[in-house]
Design a protein around this ligand. Structure first.
Ligand SMILES: Nc1nc2c(ncn2[C@@H]2O[C@H](COP(=O)(O)OP(=O)(O)O)[C@@H](O)[C@H]2O)c(=O)[nH]1
Ligand SMILES: [Mg+2]
Length: 478
């Protein structure tokens, strides 16, 4: 079989690849994984069953675990005591023969085993190569391969759930279904053109339009999940703003449930932006504590202020804090102006009136008037009040204007979104032209284009660049 169908390189003999599949370092076990035709012959050369018996390749039973030792084949020198898993094709991760050697988890031992395996003819696997072979051998499609990375990287339940659904083929089925509807429509449109003498009736324009609208609505439904998909995959950027000493770092630490940021009564304690991730009710927030917004007095403050401005560009939720135990001053007002200058970006802002345990000095109605908000959260970090309210508000704000799917399919991959947008654009284009006397062969051309974009999501049609992009994101040994 020539598995490298995208590189136009003819491979006579399939490679056998090997890698350390567990993280490098000290651990309970370390696994060397080998896939390809040489894997079981290699096992036969270096494995001694129960520390004694050499087995010939065909003596190993598939999907069995063997206890024994790994030895240097020419000298019989002991390398490690192991468990050896044998999995014969085709029911394996790659659809090739796979062996996994479970070593004791020290760096040196697994490296030695890997070196030996390489000497015996295996080549070191590239990042993601096992999964790439699974794709090239047709066990999974490209969207499922991508789900594998997402599962590895998932840091919250929802993200994991949606990636597992994608791995099970959820997106693939949906895309293939859509594609076959478009291809079928195209065939019907082209038939009278291809066989003009057979008297095949031309398809009614209204029938074409109906199918197109159905398909478009399915594409739109998928695209509607993108925002939510992004939230569960990448987390929500939440920036804490306020002048110095209002309690930003104190809040940051409370939300984090640890003393990460230094808190003192001295203004200007925080000089850099500090970023940490927290999980609120299953959602990941990337929380950013900032230095107080004030006129920079030195280069450190200057850089810090630039960083804050940067975060303001792509933050999704903003917590804006005021210390109500002091009168509203120029610095508060400068901050309000700064935030307002972002007005056209529809900023999700949560206003906090902090230090309510102290006597109030601030003119609250003026604050509200300047901000143009009525709803604020009264808080005392010292007394730990208002914090739960804030946490709920953070989630509400993050999900504002976001369609939250009931479950099932969520598009959380920029690559998929990109191709779906092209399909959306093309289908909308045909629909808008269908009643203006557009020629059938133009419609056919557009439909072919749309079908092709869908095929790129599943990898049915793709080029080397797409493949390299997808698999370069993987870790070694997967
Ligand atoms: N009384 C009172 N003091 C607070 C409260 N929140 C923070 N502080 C104090 O305000 C000072 C500045 O806090 P900090 O978190 O460093 O403010 P930042 O400069 O905005 O990061 C520290 O001494 C905190 O202990 C609060 O709710 N009540
Ligand atoms: Mg601070």
């Amino acid at each position: 079989m020539n598995r490298d169908k995208f590189t136009n390189i003819n491979i006579e003999e399939e490679d056998t690849i090997a890698a350390i599949s567990t993280p490098l370092g000290i651990g309970g076990i370390g696994i060397v994984r080998i896939s390809g035709p040489l894997s079981i012959p290699i096992a036969s050369k270096i494995f001694r069953h129960k520390g004694k018996t050499k087995k010939s390749p065909n003596e190993f039973r598939s999907h069995n675990l063997y206890y024994g030792t790994i030895v240097q084949p020419d000298t019989e020198m002991l390398i490690d005591e192991v468990l050896l898993a044998i999995m014969r094709k085709p029911k394996t991760y790659t659809k090739e023969d796979i062996i996994e050697i479970n070593c004791h988890g020290g760096l040196l031992v697994v490296r030695k085993v890997l070196e030996m395996v390489v000497k015996l003819g295996a080549k070191i696997a590239e990042p993601g190569e096992f999964t790439k072979i699974a794709f090239l051998n047709g066990r999974i499609d490209l969207s499922q391969a991508e789900a594998v990375i997402d599962i590895i990287e998932a840091n919250n339940e929802r993200s994991l759930e949606s990636s597992l659904y994608q791995l099970s083929g959820g997106l693939r089925e949906k895309i293939n279904h859509l594609k076959s509807r478009i291809v079928e429509l195209n065939t019907k449109i082209e038939a009278p053109m291809d066989f003009p003498d057979q008297g095949i009736a031309e398809l009614d324009k209204s029938e074409i339009e109906k199918t197109l609208r159905d398909c478009l609505s399915e594409v739109n439904q998928l695209l509607d999940t993108v925002k939510f998909g992004q939230i569960i995959k990448e987390g929500i950027y939440c920036v804490i703003l306020g002048k110095t000493n209002v309690g930003k770092s104190s809040l940051f630490n409370v939300l984090l449930k640890k003393n990460r940021s230094i808190v003192t009564s001295l203004p200007g304690t925080t000089r850099d932006t500090i970023e940490e991730s927290i999980n609120l009710k299953g959602f990941n927030f990337n929380l950013i504590d900032t230095a107080g917004m004030k006129n920079p007095e030195n280069i450190i403050e200057q850089i810090s202020l630039e960083k804050v401005s940067n975060f303001m560009e792509y933050g999704q939720v903003f917590i804006v804090m005021f210390d109500i135990s002091r009168p509203l001053d120029e610095q508060d007002i400068a901050l309000i102006d700064k935030i307002k200058s972002f007005g056209n970006r529809n900023i999700n802002m949560i206003v906090i009136e902090n230090k309510t345990d102290l006597p109030q000095q601030m003119d609250i109605s003026e604050l509200h008037k300047r901000l143009g908000v009525r709803e604020t959260i009264k808080m005392s970090i010292k007394k730990k009040t208002g914090i739960e309210l804030l946490e709920n508000k953070m989630i509400d704000n993050a999900l504002l204007d976001v369609n939250v799917p009931e479950g099932g399919l969520i598009v959380n991959n920029k690559r998929h979104q990109e191709f779906l947008l092209k399909v959306q654009e093309r289908l909308s284009h045909i629909i808008s032209k269908i009643n203006t006397g557009i020629k059938d062969d133009f419609v056919a051309m557009d439909l072919k284009y749309a079908a092709n974009q869908l095929a790129r999501i599943t990898g049915e049609s793709c080029d080397r660049e797409i493949l390299n992009n997808v698999f370069s994101k993987f870790c070694i040994g997967k």
